[in-house]
Design a protein around this ligand. Structure first.
Ligand code: PMP
Length: 304
């Protein structure tokens, strides 16, 4: 059972979590006409009265962009102000995951995005490791990643997560930890809620933004960080068979952080992962506010 934070942002203010409830007739519940974000925050290990948020500006911008794709207006500044009020109300004392959500809040039927009320909420929960940091086994899903011509993949549109749910459950029920989805062109796209990188001959490769991926904020950060650390990073289509011959395969996401893949289908991958280890170590230092070179990736919010 998740441990939810005591207050939610709901209807424009902080209310006790249990009071933040919606009607059974809420439009978004039926049609998936919402978009969410996902941010991690942790108390500064050197100063617990301060909360560190990783790339808060990027997350707020992506949510604002997702809202725009749902034809509603949610400025990034509104998201950031609500996040700050939410953190001050909750006073978290351990690492948390924040879930902001913009959605069609009208009651009633007819799938649409026009002439409809929308609202914005945030709730949070305590979150440790979403996937095992030791590595995960992955199945190549029988479900295909959606295409951008069917729905806007640049937003985290809630309705899109039916495919992630089907793929994840198929993988888990068949004995794997996670699913890798191919796109409609048969190229590797991403996992159920993470982007993917492979390492071949010391070079990092990741599917480009034209491969029906979510433009992950961790992905973008890993690309920038890896280049800063002297690695070559190439964004290009990745074939399925490359997963079996890569020196390293790893997943990136806010919840999953940087997680190694230890097996793909029936092929075990090497447990020697110098590139992933170096990147993971550095990104952990950044999120904990210990890396002055990347201090601008961390928003500091004083809660006490
Ligand atoms: N792909 C999907 C489908 C996701 O839901 C997520 C998680 N937000 C990601 C990739 C990783 O994105 P980020 O690094 O921004 O969390």
């Amino acid at each position: 059972m998740h441990r939810f934070l005591p207050y939610a942002w709901f209807g424009g203010r902080c209310v006790p979590f249990a009071e933040a409830t919606l009607s059974v007739a809420t439009h978004a519940l039926h049609y998936g006409t919402g978009a969410f974000g996902g941010m991690r925050a942790l108390p500064n290990p050197q100063d617990p009265g301060e909360i560190l948020l990783f790339r808060a500006d990027r997350h707020a911008k992506r949510l604002s962009q997702s809202a725009r794709l749902l034809l509603t207006d949610l400025p990034a500044s509104t998201v950031l102000e609500a996040v700050e009020a939410f953190l001050k109300a909750n006073q978290p004392s351990c690492p948390i995951y924040l879930r902001p959500f913009v959605y069609t809040s009208d009651l009633g039927i007819a799938p649409r995005l026009h002439d409809i009320e929308t609202d914005f909420l945030i709730y949070g929960l305590e979150l440790g490791d979403y996937l095992s940091p030791e590595g995960v086994s992955c199945r190549i899903s029988s479900w295909t990643r959606q295409e951008d011509r069917s729905l806007p993949l640049r937003g985290k549109i809630s309705g899109a997560y039916i495919t992630s749910s089907l793929a994840k459950t198929e993988a888990v029920k068949s004995g794997f930890d996670e699913a890798l989805l191919l796109n409609s062109r048969g190229k590797v796209s991403e996992a159920s809620g993470m982007n993917l990188f492979i390492v071949r001959d010391g070079v990092l490769y990741t599917p480009g933004v034209d491969q029906d991926i979510l433009e992950g904020i961790t992905r973008g950060s890993v690309i920038e960080l890896a280049r800063h650390m002297g690695y070559t990073v190439v964004e290009r289509p990745i074939d399925k068979s490359e997963l079996f011959v890569a020196e390293e395969v790893f997943l990136t996401g806010t919840a999953a952080k940087v997680t190694p893949v230890r097996r793909v289908e029936c092929t075990d991958l090497s447990s020697d992962r110098p590139v992933m280890n170096a990147l993971r170590e550095r990104i952990t230092a950044i999120t904990e506010g210990r890396d002055p070179n990347f201090g601008h990736w961390v928003t500091r919010i004083r809660i006490k």
